[in-house]
Design a protein around this ligand. Sequence first.
Ligand code: SR1
Ligand code: MG
Length: 411
Amino acid sequence: MSYTPLTEASVVTYVRRTGVATELFGDVTDIVAQDLADGNVNLVFRVYSASDPVRKSVIVKQALPYARAVGKEFKMPLDRTRIETEVLRLQAQFAPDQVPKVFHFDEEMHLVMMEDLNQHRIVRTGLIDHIRYPKFAKDIGIFVARTLFYTSDLYLSSEEKKGMVVKFMNPGLCKVTEDLVFTHPFSNHPENRVNPLLSRHVRELRSNTALVAKVNHYKTLFMTQAQALIHGDLHTGSIMVNQDETKVIDPEFAFFGPMGFDLGALIGNLALSYVSQECHIQDAAERVSYQKWLLDTISQIWHTFEDEFLALWNDHAVDWKNGQFQKEYVWRLLQETAGFGGTKMMRRIIGLAHVADMESIADENARAKCESLALNIGSSWVMASGSIRHIDDLLSMMTQARPSIGDDSHD
Ligand code: SR1
Ligand code: MG
């Protein structure tokens, strides 16, 4: 079938024709579809049996030649579905319980059919509802350590690694990140969206030459450091969770890049949640308690990552075993996590794509205060990144930061 974007009606016919649903569920006479698309980029449908919607259900994800939530002028390459499919299959080798199963890939339709995680919820929305997930920190720390270690030069042979770098070249989506994370937010680009109450704060931030120079430094690392096959967009909207399990979805931005970019996305988005709780939780004791859980989660993610990564290194690396080198390597990763994490926090406030943690705060003044606080945490992480020695340094900057605007700001 030549490429045609699917609809709720045509996706049912498509699924019937592939035979995949028959293979998985047997009888498919009563299948129906629901449009689930809520992200920035793709078409996503749930196709399920009306008589058994929980067990007999699949997700069909199809690329559009543009970003769905932005518009047709924002071009995006269709090849991203192949990248996503291959990454999910590869990650299933290192972390089989932490990625959705892939059932079918259609190269012409730029479409992938995968397991429906209908017993899991997007982490970001769970955090907005201040739910605690007891296994999340450990699960995601291990996932990141495994997927990064097993695709790095620490594990792969030089030839194998370089072959994979070529296979996972993802220039179109890397360019989206270069523009939307590192470049546009730090200039007056027309696609940026900024709360008008933040005007003065944002003007000061964009004219801070030292800060913008550091962001440029992280941009060059992103563009040049082929350290491991990174997820490339590991924010809290790319992770699904429940009380027992954690699953990582949406690796369409994956390519060989710096490990700290994934860790920074994760930790930076948890810090955005931490800030947003100032508005989401009215009861002070509950707010402090939930924010403490978020701080502990960040700390546990880092420590789990570090322990697992070094254990894999000691047990499975063919070379590179030198205590001093290992210590410096992990230390540098922490510093780069801070630099990327802080940059990613700021882009969600002053760039094109914002996050529901903040957007769901109805009161503009309250939201501006939270956004200002997020900018101050993000910029302090970036500015201090070169001298950070411990994850607690990042947590202290979170608890000590204050917004640059007051309640009745008319900046
Ligand atoms: C137009 S794409 C905007 C953003 O959504 C994705 O999740 C990436 O973070 C990208 O930058
Ligand atoms: Mg995504």
